[in-house]
Design a protein around this ligand. Sequence first.
Ligand SMILES: NC(=O)c1ccc[n+]([C@@H]2O[C@H](COP(=O)([O-])OP(=O)(O)OC[C@H]3O[C@@H](n4cnc5c(N)ncnc54)[C@H](OP(=O)(O)O)[C@@H]3O)[C@@H](O)[C@H]2O)c1
Length: 258
Amino acid sequence: MSKPLSGKIAVVTGGSRGIGRGIAEKLAADGALVAVHYGKGKASADEVVAKIKSNGGDAFAVGADLAKKGAAQALFAGVDQELKQRTGDTKFDILVNNAGIAPFVGFDETTEDVLDEIFSVNVKSLFLITQEGSKRLKNGGRIVSTSSLASRLPLGAVAAYSMLKAPLDNLAKTLAVHLGPREITVNVVAPGVIETDMAAEFVNNAEGRAFAESKQALKRVGQPSDVADVVAFLAGPESRWVTGQVIEVAGGTGLTFA
Ligand SMILES: NC(=O)c1ccc[n+]([C@@H]2O[C@H](COP(=O)([O-])OP(=O)(O)OC[C@H]3O[C@@H](n4cnc5c(N)ncnc54)[C@H](OP(=O)(O)O)[C@@H]3O)[C@@H](O)[C@H]2O)c1
């Protein structure tokens, strides 16, 4: 039976761990060839690729440090080379901007270096990767970025991170209009607390989990697959009329005042 993403090619940044790993595995299970991007975690990315292949899918790993200048060129040098070998072309269908960092520092403790690093990885590289990626995306393609619920409901413990997720929501709107004539959709998912290394402060202790659950309509901690399933919808054919949107994937966090 044909799968929803059969014949499609996806690039997933931060596919080596956490939510990105879940997204890479889901898109591959839905039939896409997936470029699994990593920063420091080559071994983890190789493991994701091996798992996808053992489940009958196809993927390859590509490294690029998004904190460094020239990250977008470095990423696409690797992607282009592999795709040229496999397809004779550098075109692909789905870009998932997922990589990110969230140093646990409040407003008073945020240094210039920390601010620069969050900006470089979470905003600047995402912008430039999207710019490079959009040149290679086929008409009818998809861009999905991982923002955060913290954009709407900022957390004081990660004040700079919260502030620097809002640009993703904003960029999706101008890009949706810019790329609409090519039938490329641009959307954002905004997860709440999801059980990954990034959310260790919340999910690795009973008090943190209880706090997260107390804010949600649905009373459990979110999993990478909860986000990946929504990304797969936004990356697939059935979301064709959805663009420029921020979709919260947060179990209904902060829906009411009290
Ligand atoms: N977990 C949550 O509760 C939550 C909630 C809302 C939004 N989000 C967002 O979801 C996305 C994924 O988060 P996660 O929870 O899955 O985090 P994670 O488990 O910490 O994974 C982060 C991913 O980003 C990559 N990455 C980090 N710094 C990088 C760099 N300098 N260069 C290249 N790659 C880099 C990592 O690659 P390497 O390990 O290979 O370096 C890894 O694949 C992020 O954008 C995050 O802001 C997460």
